[in-house]
Design a protein around this ligand. Structure first.
Ligand code: HPA
Ligand code: ZN
Length: 343
């Protein structure tokens, strides 16, 4: 029993979450509450009917439902409530550190004041310290919007740059290569921000996009990105440069054809840093522990692999080396205590 990978073991294992869209944590209950509070007609007045709309088969069909849900987010308090509900879940899942994505263009384009978005999210991040969860924000550019729109967004938030940890790239990847945003990534780096970008699962130009991210944009992480296994030279490059991948097993079953467990294991074996995350947990029906559990139950991973995935989440995070060391020690202490008490 000492070396099992039970749900209970996973639940208490300290982790960082690095691929989490805060707008993707909008549970049907909160969507209904916000719609009523803001007098927005969403076409349904019960939770089950809303839950039934959380149903998709690929990235575009997911994005349709995801952007529809955002209509209910209007005020500073709405953004606070959204983030706070996730942060409570993070605490339950033993997430010690989270770097959360948000999509300012998806709100500004609906007439929402960008300051309301930022103040609401930042207030929740600040309050999360009382939960023992350290929370940071990554601003994403929507890749299906223009480069000019991304430039204007960067300009609008630049006075808040000190309150952000990095920039990312999300939304529909089809015919929207990373190079389209070369200048915005360069600008973000000049402002002292870290840089990551999505390379979604099984896209038309997955390998070309991953190549651009590694060779031209020079990202520090890639979100999803497991198609890299198709090109051994790129795998070697990612390993050599310490570019980590943030994988999301349950999300992969919706936007791809399986959890990509074999790709994750393969990359782990080949020395690429990779960690486990929940992506859009309200929509895909699983928070971070559910994602670890799916992998643990696949039979592909040893207990050491699962512990290594949790350690990678801190190694890949954008915190100081001193704090990384403390979190890695916390994992070792947790495992040692578990083994002593479950011998
Ligand atoms: N990929 C692209 N865009 C997204 C995602 C994702 O995983 N989640 C929310 N927006
Ligand atoms: Zn994502």
């Amino acid at each position: 029993m000492a070396h099992d990978i039970s749900r209970q073991f996973i639940q208490g294992l300290p982790k960082a979450e690095l691929h989490l869209h805060v707008e993707g944590t909008l549970e049907p209950e909160l969507k209904l509450k916000l719609a009523q509070r803001n007098h927005i007609d969403i076409g349904f007045d019960d939770v089950e009917s809303i839950r039934n709309t959380y149903n998709f088969s690929d990235l575009p069909s997911f994005l349709d439902v995801y952007y529809e849900g955002m209509k209910t987010l209007v005020t500073e308090q709405d953004f606070y409530d959204l983030a706070w509900e996730y942060l409570l879940k993070a605490q339950e899942n033993s997430v010690r550190h989270v770097e959360m994505f948000f999509d300012p263009q998806a709100h500004a384009s609906r007439g929402v004041d960008i300051e309301d978005v930022l103040y609401g999210l930042l207030r929740a991040c600040s309050d999360a310290r009382a939960l023992g969860v350290d929370a940071e924000l990554i601003m994403c550019f929507l890749r299906d919007f223009s480069a000019e729109s991304a430039r204007l967004t960067m300009e609008a938030v630049s006075e808040f740059a000190d309150h952000l940890i990095g920039v990312g790239l999300d939304s529909d990847e089809h015919n929207n290569p990373p190079l389209k945003f070369f200048n915005q990534f360069a600008h973000a780096r000049e402002l002292g921000l870290h840089v990551t970008a999505h390379a979604d699962i099984d896209q038309k130009d997955s390998i070309e996009h991953i190549k651009q991210l590694l060779e031209v944009i020079d990202v520090e992480r890639i979100d999803h990105g497991t198609n890299i296994v198709e090109d051994p030279d790129l795998v070697e490059l990612a390993a050599k440069h310490g570019v980590g991948l943030t994988s999301c097993p349950i999300s992969n079953t919706f936007c791809g054809n399986d959890t990509k467990q074999n790709e994750v294991k393969d990359l782990l074996n080949r020395g690429v840093q990779i960690c486990i995350n929940s992506d859009d947990p309200a929509y895909f029906g699983g928070y971070i522990c559910d994602n670890y559990e799916v992998l643990a139950q696949s039979g592909v991973f040893s207990r050491e692999d699962i512990i290594e995935l949790a350690k990678n989440s801190f190694r890949m995070s954008w915190i100081s080396n001193e704090r990384k060391t403390l979190y890695l020690q916390e994992i070792d202490a947790y495992v040692a205590h578990w083994d002593e008490t479950h011998a």
